[in-house]
Ligand binder design. Structure first.
Ligand code: MG
Ligand code: ZN
Length: 221
């Protein structure tokens, strides 16, 4: 019987992630790993966020889904270059998949590459894909207890984007509670509160992301 230890798989992933990060840095591309549950509003957030980017900041997207091309089609519709990864069952993206997808782009024509990860709060936390920024989207509809239940993804993210804040009056979601839990797990993390379909709260997130371009090099994983 042959047994492969999960630790050695993760080590190999980390090496590939470092290669991705070097290639992206060399091309001047800020890579963002957008994680969150299915239905957190990740794709809608991107649609609205890309519309608010200043002229001259050229976005591109890698869409990670178990199956289908629905989100990639939405990106195409707004004119953003996109590569779809279908994981065929795998519940997260890894650095190897990203390396293959990067080969489909001309990195010289991209400033901001967002990887929309497979909807999942669990193992996406364990896989570095070579990003400089990890953004976690959590909707008010999911509940304010998620940081306690899924601490790793809150610990490993650079910012929490609370989405669907316009639904909060109908939800039992306490923003102060999630902020407190996040501050305990990850005091450096930024928090943004958005209602993407209303276009609310997007501009501070755009400004923060563009600042991360300047800060590139300060963060490795
Ligand atoms: Mg999506
Ligand atoms: Zn997984």
């Amino acid at each position: 019987m042959k047994i492969v230890a999960a630790k050695s798989i993760l080590r190999a992933n980390d090496q590939l992630a470092e290669e991705n990060r070097r290639a992206l840095d060399a091309a001047g591309v800020l890579c963002v790993n957008l994680v969150g549950s299915p239905g957190a509003g990740k794709t809608t957030l991107l649609e609205v966020l890309f519309a608010r980017l200043p002229d001259g900041v050229r976005p591109a997207v890698i869409e990670g889904d178990i199956a289908g091309v629905i989100d990639a089609e939405r990106m195409q519709r707004i004119g953003v270059p996109v590569v779809q990864i279908n994981t065929e069952g795998a519940c997260h993206l890894d650095a190897n998949m990203i390396a293959a997808a990067l080969g489909q782009f001309d990195l010289a024509t991209i400033d901001l590459l967002v990887v929309e990860n497979v909807g999942n709060l669990v193992c996406t936390a364990g896989f570095d894909i070579g990003e400089r920024v990890r953004l976690l989207a959590l909707s008010t509809a999911e509940g304010d207890d998620k940081a306690v239940k899924y601490p790793a993804i809150f610990q490993g993210s650079d910012a929490l984007v609370i989405t669907k804040c316009d639904l909060q009056p109908m939800m039992n979601f306490d923003r102060a509670r999630i902020r407190q839990d996040l501050a305990r797990l990850n005091p450096q993390a930024e928090v943004f509160e958005v209602a993407a379909l209303r276009g609310e709260g997007i501009d501070p997130l755009v400004a923060w992301l563009l600042d991360r371009r300047g800060a590139r090099g300060s963060r490795g994983r």
